[in-house]
Design a protein around this ligand. Structure first.
Ligand SMILES: Nc1ncnc2c1ncn2[C@@H]1O[C@H](COP(=O)(O)OP(=O)(O)OP(=O)(O)O)[C@@H](O)[C@H]1O
Length: 248
């Protein structure tokens, strides 16, 4: 089954000067259960807009979005979906545990149960010793883990990510890739993510959707059948990276 399916989705924005800007045209997209799908393409080709449409933050003008087989307008189970942004968006006045607990507070979970779930997630992302630290006391990698933990605490089945690791140092980014792969397999999650980083797309995704700009359309869909973990230095990965660069 598909967890996310887009059929002929189109979207235009009205610019400040009143002119219509067509951002997405005729997008078909399929995220099968337990798959990892990357969206790549030139800056401004509508990747974030597409992710926002999937998340229900922006309505499409044309076409249909299905989530777990249900039309998104009728979809009620938004807690099964979570969104991780480029900035970690941690609240500076809350500890790591309190930041991670946000989704559970919103869901009205009792304090004791919340604490247990938060500690489980902190352990999952390797931050159990930093539960009571504030964001300014954490390194960039740890903040990213905290943001990932906050996304995972409601036990979603679909994780959306918009360039979540682009601001991290390369070695920390590689660690976060390993974490996402480990946790996605453990929690049986599907992942749809946007990236500018061709290597990141090949290391993580089983499917890569290449968009072309003005208006954003699907140029190519590439299946990456290499086994995990994928070493960016291996000839197989390097070849996929080379082919993807050619299609961009
Ligand atoms: N709310 C909005 N109103 C008007 N125009 C918008 C709005 N949101 C996005 N756009 C425009 O739509 C186009 C696509 O934007 P979007 O952020 O989806 O692209 P992107 O591929 O994610 O870009 P990048 O890779 O640079 O993040 C851009 O030209 C942007 O200026």
């Amino acid at each position: 089954m598909s967890v996310v399916q887009l059929e002929s989705v189109g979207k235009s924005f009205v610019r400040r000067d009143g002119e219509q800007l067509e951002v997405l045209r005729n997008i078909d997209l399929d995220v099968p259960e337990r798959s990892i799908v990357a969206l790549v393409g030139a800056s401004g080709c509508g990747k974030s807009t597409l992710l926002n449409i999937v998340a229900g933050l922006i309505p499409p003008d044309q076409g249909a979005v299905f989530l777990n087989g249900q039309k998104s307008s009728a979809f009620k189970d938004w807690r099964t979906m979570t969104y991780m942004f480029q900035e970690d968006r941690l609240f500076p006045w809350r500890t790591t545990a309190q930041n991670v607990a946000l989704g559970l507070e919103a869901a009205g979970l009792p304090r004791k149960e919340r604490r247990e779930r938060v500690m489980q997630v902190l352990e999952l992302v390797g931050l159990e010793k930093f539960a009571d630290s504030f964001p300014h006391e954490l390194s960039g990698g740890m903040r990213s883990r905290a943001a990932l933990g906050r996304s995972l605490v409601t036990e979603p089945s679909i994780l959306l990510m918009d360039e979540p690791f682009s601001k991290l140092d390369p070695s920390i980014r590689t660690q976060m890739h390993d974490e996402v792969l480990r946790i996605a397999a453990l929690r049986q999650m599907s992942v749809l993510f946007v990236t500018h980083d061709v290597e990141e797309a090949v290391v993580l995704a089983n499917k890569i959707v290449v968009l072309m700009p003005r208006p954003g359309r699907v140029k190519e869909t590439r299946e990456i059948a290499l086994p995990y973990p994928r070493n960016p230095l291996s000839p197989e990965v390097a070849e996929e990276v080379r082919l993807l660069r050619l299609s961009l």
